[in-house]
Every structure is written in C-alpha cells, then in structure tokens.
Ligand binder design. Structure first.
Ligand code: XMP
Length: 514
C-alpha cells in the first residue's frame, strides 16, 4: 500500500507472527510480515516507520536457528524485539543469552511483571501487571547502551531498552490477550517511539484500492467466481465500485447451499452495478453425485463439475482480461509451506486459472486479514448478512450429508440446519460461535412418536469456537438452547427422531464431518 506509513514484522517462525501484524493494524497502522531472510536493501526500500522481530522456537546459539544481519540495527529505524526476537537483538548486539538448562529461569504462562514507567513502552501504564511468558533461554547480560525496563520474579530483564537508538525488547509477548496491557504497550512503541499517526483505515484502503484497480483494469473485462462467502462478496463489492459493469460475477449454485441461500445471494447483489450470472446447476450436481458416498470422491466430483460449469460460462463471455481471486493475507503469509498431509481436499477457486482464458489475476484482498475484509465489506455497504456470514465449505451441504446424497436428505438437512441457526441467533450466540451447523448422519435408530414406532435419521449439531479454523473447540452452548433446537427439529422436520451434539475438538476431529 503505497503512501501509507508501514511497519515491518520480521518473522522468525513464532506461533504469534500473524497476531502481531493484526495487533499493529488494530492500531490503524499498515504492516506486513516478511521472512527473516529478506535482504536488508529490500527492508530499507520499504522505508518502514518501525520494525518488530517476532518470537520463534529456536535458541540463538543453534547454527540452524534464524539470525539477522547486524546492518538492520544501522538503518536508524526503531526496533522492538519480542521473545526470541528480544534474545536475538541482545545476542546480535554483543550481549549474552543464558540457557535455562535446569528450567529454574524458564517461564511459561501468566507471570506478574514490574515495569519502569520511565521507559517509553510503559509510560503511563500500571507499574505491575500480568504478562504472557514462554521462554527457556533468557537474557543474561545486556549489550552496551541497554538497561532493564521490566522484571519478573525470575527474570531480571523482562523488558530492556536502548532509548537513544530506539531499540526495545520484551521477553514476554505483548501481542497476546493474556498480557494485560500488551495492546497499549504495542501502541506506545508504534505511536510514541516510531512516531506513527495511524493512517490505515478501511475507508482510506477502499479509496486507494478502487483507484489502483481502475488504473490496472482500464476498460478491460473482469471475471469473478462468486460463492456468496465473505471474501468473494467483498471482492465483488470492491470491483463493482471500481469498474462497474465491466465486471461479470458468475455464481454457480450447486444446489447444496443452505436453505434459501442461493436466492439470498442473488438478491444481495441485485442492486449492485455488475453483470450477475447465476447458474442453477442443482440437478446436474445431484445427478453427478448419485451413488457416491466416499467423502473425497464427493469433494473431487463437485470441484471438477464446478470448474467445468464456470468454464462454460466464461466461454460465453469471451476472452476476459482479468480474473479476480479472493486470496486474503493469511493465505499469502502461509503460502509456500506445501508439505502438510492432505486431510481434506478443499474445494475453492484456486484451481481456476488453468481453465479460464485470461490475462492477469487481481487479488484485491491479498493485504487484508479476515476481520479487515469484514470491515471493508461494511465500509462498501454490503449487507450485514454477507459480511458476517460464517465460513461455508465449497462443496456445501454435500459434505454434511454423510453417505449418499438424495434430494430427500438434502431437504431434511436444509430444514434442520435452518432451525439450529435460528435458535443460535435467538439466543444471541451467533457472533460468539465461529461456525455452527447441522450434519445429517446416515444412521437410523428407533424412536417413539405419537404412540408409534419410528425408525429415522440421527442429526448431529456442530458448533465450534476458533480463531483460525486450524484448531477448534466445541462451543459450550447452554443446554436450554440445545433443547429448544432439538425439540423444534424433531417436531418440525420429518424423518429425524434423534439429535446429538458433537463435543469433540479439532484435533482430533475436524470441524466438518467429511
Ligand atoms: P475442517 O473440516 O478441515 O474445516 O476442520 C476447517 C474449515 O474449512 C472449511 N472447509 C472448507 N472451506 N472449501 C472451503 O472453502 C472446502 O472444501 C472446505 N472444507 C472445509 C470448514 O467449513 C471449516 O471452516
């Protein structure tokens, strides 16, 4: 983002690297995460207002651990080192890092810390509060020009500073919520030390992005695969403001949307200045999936059919110049680590470029975190329903019907899922639970209804809290809310006589059942 003040987060492999970047942005300051191997010239060319070193799992004394050139300390840019980043700063500038072999000086978890308020990081904050520690090694001897600025019972150098050079370092993690005044401390570094003003707002982002897109696209044709999810909807809104009806949105409705959802998506974009093409392909998909019950096969067939349909529509439009992708910043940061085992082959539009004839890709959200994408959507005037939509898998309800899919099962699940969602909203829990839905199992059991025997399906309810969807916990929904949902479902939806609540976390389970 040219023209905005920028902070660089140098990534040494810590588990909180993205969180640091998000916290900086929550202070309305644009920041980017860059690998520690980034050449100094490149860092310099970015003209950062400040630099933050993340934590990391390593010990500075290992040859294999990430190091950084001393030159970074000669750029005249303020630096904040966090945890491993703090130790690396000390080590690189000639101090000594001790190894807590006997664990006597290691600290993990919530720790009381005393701060020296004359240090710019803690100026005006409480003198004592809880911080989040997570370290084995510790700072033993300071480099020249540094002094202690905070300590805990075990750790004499909880934070250190060299105010003259504007180098600061904390052994604890200010970016996590468990550090009571952590957000304020980051703010002190960004505003008081680095002199940032906070010019990163979604309205300024929207303006700049719209201008950039206009310049890039000129009078070219743009194509976007709209799923109705948050990312593609916000991308659509942004492109619509930028290039109006030069944009064609293709919404392939595979028929596995939640109840009424296809119509809602269409309605949401009815007043926007775009060419909106809806392909109602429910029959085609259900025929394709007839007799298929293996989850991976379902996913693959849906993915392939989706691409085929999209391609057919694209051909009707003719050659397009630009294809829009809804890539967001966490995907950008995480890209390149492609050696993880395939648990589920995710269906999304990532594979489209091979199939569609186009000149260039536009990724208008590639700098944004999910919460920023939502803010941007609101800024652009998108309906709340779309902006706050919970994640929905590409293959839709097809992977929430265990076993073979039939029209009847689809309709049972749509009705039951709607009731569960309504009850979560009625209980005011919809923004606290990150994802909630119903799953139709292929198990039948005996029940009794109106004095008669039933032999019907078991429905599972799934609701999770998570920040990144990589790990998740089952949501602690009050029993009376579960009861209301259960009673309504067995009474209002035919062929369900038993409702279960899934109380597994991820891992070992996954969020979806297939
Ligand atoms: P799992 O089931 O792997 O899901 O724990 C993690 C998150 O990803 C969503 N999900 C998908 N999203 N295409 C998507 O775009 C897919 O094929 C897909 N499968 C799962 C899931 O809903 C959850 O939010």
């Amino acid at each position: 983002m040219d023209g905005h003040e920028k902070v660089l987060v140098i990534d040494f492999g810590g588990q909180y690297n993205q969180l640091i970047a998000r916290r900086v942005r929550e202070h309305n300051i644009y920041c980017e995460v860059v690998p520690y191997k980034t050449p100094i010239e490149k860092i310099k060319a970015e003209n950062p207002k400040g630099i933050i070193f993340t934590g990391g799992p390593a010990s500075v004394y290992l040859d294999s651990s990430p190091h950084i050139s001393k030159e970074i300390f000669e750029l005249g840019v303020p630096i904040l080192g966090i945890c491993y980043g703090a130790q690396l700063m000390v080590y690189t500038l000639g101090g000594v890092i001790g190894k807590a072999n006997d664990n006597s000086l290691a600290e993990f978890g919530r720790t009381e810390c005393d701060f020296d308020n004359s240090c710019a990081l803690f100026n005006g904050l409480k003198e004592r509060s809880v911080v989040w520690m997570s370290h084995n090694d510790y700072i033993e001897q300071l480099p020249e020009g540094f002094r202690a600025a905070a300590h805990s019972a075990k750790c004499p150098y909880g934070a250190i500073e060299n105010p003259e050079k504007k180098f600061y370092a904390t052994q604890f993690h200010p970016e996590v919520n468990h550090t009571e005044q952590g957000f304020e401390m980051l703010g002190k570094f960004l505003f008081d030390v680095c002199g940032c003003k906070g010019d990163w707002t979604m309205s300024s982002y929207a303006q700049t992005a719209i201008e950039e897109i206009r310049t890039k696209v000129g009078d070219g044709k743009v194509l976007l695969a709209l799923s109705g999810g948050v990312d593609s909807s916000v991308a659509c809104a942004l492109l619509s403001k930028a290039v109006g009806n030069q944009l064609t949105c293709v919404f392939v409705d595979h028929g596995f949307m939640r109840k009424n959802e296809g119509d809602e998506v269409e309605k949401a974009f009815a007043d926007w200045d775009v060419n909106f093409v809806r392909v109602n392909a429910g029959e085609r998909f259900i025929a394709k999936l007839s007799g298929i019950s293996e989850p991976e096969q379902k996913r693959k067939l849906i993915g392939e059919e989706f691409i085929r349909l999209f391609e057919e529509e694209a051909k009707k439009i003719g050659k397009v110049d630009f294809l829009v992708q809804g890539t967001i910043y966490p995907d950008v940061i995480e890209s390149g680590t492609g050696d993880a085992a395939v648990i589920k082959s995710h269906h999304n539009v990532g594979g489209l470029p091979d199939y569609v004839d186009f000149k260039e890709i536009i990724e208008p959200l590639r700098l944004l975190f999910k919460d920023e994408v939502r803010k941007l959507g609101t800024e652009l005037g998108l309906a709340d329903y779309l902006v706050w939509r919970q994640p929905f898998p590409g293959p839709g309800l097809a992977i929430r019907i265990i076993g073979e899919i039939t029209r009847e099962k689809l309709s049972i699940l749509q009705d039951a899922d709607l009731i569960f969602r309504e009850e979560i909203v009625n209980a005011g829990l919809d923004r606290d639970i990150n994802q909630y839905f119903a799953v139709l199992t292929d198990m039948r059991s005996v029940g009794v209804m109106g004095d008669g025997r039933t032999y019907d399906y078991t429905l599972a309810l799934r609701a999770v809290t998570t920040s990144d969807f990589m790990t998740a916990d089952f949501a602690r929904i009050p029993y009376d809310v579960l009861e209301k949902a259960s009673v309504r479902i067995v009474n209002e939806v035919g062929h369900i006589n038993r409702v279960c609540y899934d109380i597994t976390s991820k891992p070992p389970a996954t969020i979806e059942w297939e």
